[in-house]
Design a protein around this ligand. Structure first.
Ligand SMILES: O[C@H]1[C@H](O)[C@@H](O)[C@H](O)[C@@H](O)[C@H]1O
Length: 508
């Protein structure tokens, strides 16, 4: 159990106190090695990160798409799409991601990380084309569902793939780059949605927007041919020579044939980890066996609980209500250009994710969360206060027009919330879930935690508008503030920090 006397923000140098509860102690200080990634590792990360870009693009494009569907897909000419249709179109993607992500880990363990990314690309392309040529709402829902299957597989596998290629002391930064790709994809989607609506006629612009999602998937699919498998997966499959070759390139040193150099040392660590994983594996290799094995293992169970808590907090804090509906909120608040204002939110998300990129390995995952979640709570409470003075029932009420102080406060408070979110909880769960599991549980654990993420995403997407109608902005943001406060306590109580340690040390 976590020591209740443990300092809230432990000394930077006492990384042992960041351990997961009841995690076996390290043998000595896990001094981070200064193994700066070379150009090859950056390139591999960038190519893998295209999956994150597609995740962001395909979830972000829906906000502008919803505004322009009516003439072409309305059941009757001149009618608007119903809220139910809009909700189905929006949340079919997260529902599909929820279904596919838990399976992605087993797939990646059995057929390799690369095969899973290929599958995701195929689904991204098929789904994009399907949406672009949709002639009914159900066509569009199916297209968005297919894309969602791809998003689920990609988000379950890519952070793990990046972490398995990354040098230990840069792992946080490189996996944060993945989140940077997601937030960049969201911003890109807003920009493309705006541009395509300006340039193309009604009924065509949104098709261009959704169809363009196929392009990055084609680029990634082609470039993936030259991408290596993860060295850990190769060792797991007994393909030692290939693993050695990948490590040689990743480390950027000539192979020392086991003469004590970095390549031999890293390969030895991985082999040791795989050996231990095999010894510990009680059951067979099937999905159910792995699940039972993870569940029976005390540390595995706890690791799963902690990363599911983090992924749950990332979603139930309500952030994606802004990603999906900020344009709607800003038009209700009578902003002259709601889309541009939404882009401000998306840009802030991207900017602060990039700042997190520079901080995460230096400050540590636990500390960055403990410092940033209070910022989210302040932003949400300020939002609740501002919304309690605003009337959302009609876009042009005089109450709204007469309250520039409150609309400005609402916008500023959202910016405080988004920037604090992006610094910590928007990023850390993706990194943490690649770090806390033993090798034999990693694929499954990642997949399950990603499933929790998408479950939360789905729930927030489907409930937000209803809650807003029923409780008003002050009620919804108040609830999200309570979730954050409980989450802060959960992080303080249960979350350790694995920054700077080799993935194999999880086995130790
Ligand atoms: O890490 C990402 C990122 O924070 C995105 O902006 C958000 O939309 C996703 O749900 C989340 O998983």
């Amino acid at each position: 159990m976590a020591d209740s006397n443990e300092p809230l923000i432990p000394d930077e140098h006492s990384r042992e106190s960041f351990e997961l509860p009841e995690h076996p102690p390290h043998h000595g200080h896990p001094s981070p090695r200064s193994d700066t990634p070379n150009a090859y590792v950056w390139t591999l990360t960038a190519i893998a990160g295209i999956s994150g870009l597609l995740f962001g693009y395909d979830t972000g494009i829906i906000s502008s798409t919803l505004l322009h569907l009516s003439p072409s897909l309305s059941p009757l000419p001149g009618t608007e799409l119903s809220s139910l249709s809009k909700s189905l179109i929006t949340s079919s993607t997260s529902l599909a991601a929820l279904l596919s992500s838990p399976l992605s880990g087993a797939l990646a363990d059995r057929h390799g990380r690369k095969s899973a990314i290929y599958l995701a690309d195929f689904l991204f392309i098929l789904g994009a084309v399907w949406q672009a040529v949709a002639f009914s709402i159900s066509d569009l829902v199916i297209g968005r569902f297919i894309v969602g299957l791809g998003v689920g597989v990609g988000s379950g596998v890519v952070p793990m793939y990046i972490a398995e290629l990354a040098p230990a002391s840069y792992r946080g930064r490189l996996t944060t780059l993945y989140t940077g790709c997601i937030t960049g994809g969201q911003l890109l989607a807003y920009a493309v949605g705006w541009w395509s609506a300006e340039v193309f006629s009604e009924g065509v612009g949104w098709r261009v927007g959704v169809g363009l999602g196929a392009v990055p998937a084609v680029v990634q699919g082609v470039r993936l041919v030259w991408q290596p498998e993860s060295p850990r997966w190769l060792v797991m499959r007994g393909r030692r020579t290939e693993a050695r070759e990948v490590l040689r390139k990743v480390i950027g040193q000539e192979d020392d044939a086991g003469l004590g150099g970095e390549v031999g040392r890293r390969l030895g660590e991985i082999e040791e980890g795989v050996k231990r994983a095999r010894e510990e594996e009680e059951g067979g290799e099937g999905w159910l066996d792995r699940w039972l094995d993870l569940w029976r293992d005390r540390q595995g169970r706890r690791a799963l609980g902690v990363v599911c808590m983090l992924q749950g907090l990332q979603q139930f804090c309500g952030f994606n209500s802004l990603m999906y509906f900020s344009a709607t909120i800003f038009s209700l608040l009578n902003f002259t250009n709601p889309t541009a204002t939404s882009m401000l939110i998306a840009s802030t998300n991207l900017l602060f994710t990039l700042i997190a990129f520079t901080l995460i390995d230096r400050i540590g995952r636990r500390r960055i969360l403990l410092l940033s979640i209070p910022g989210m709570i302040i932003g949400l409470l300020l939002s609740a206060y501002a919304f309690s003075h605003l009337d959302l029932s009609s876009p042009s009420t005089t109450a709204t027009l007469a309250s520039p102080v409150y609309t400005t406060t609402a916008l500023l408070s959202m910016l405080i919330y988004v920037s604090s979110y992006a610094l910590g909880i928007g990023t850390v769960p993706w990194t943490a879930q690649t770090e806390v599991f033993k090798m034999q549980h990693r694929g499954l654990g990642n997949g399950l935690a990603t499933g929790v993420n998408w479950g939360g995403n789905f729930v927030v997407g489907i409930t937000f508008l209803g809650m807003l109608e029923r409780w008003g902005g002050e009620g919804v943001f108040g609830v999200y503030a309570v979730v954050c406060a409980v989450g802060w306590w959960g992080v303080w109580r249960w979350f350790g920090d694995r920054g700077g340690t080799g993935l194999e040390e999880v086995e130790a």
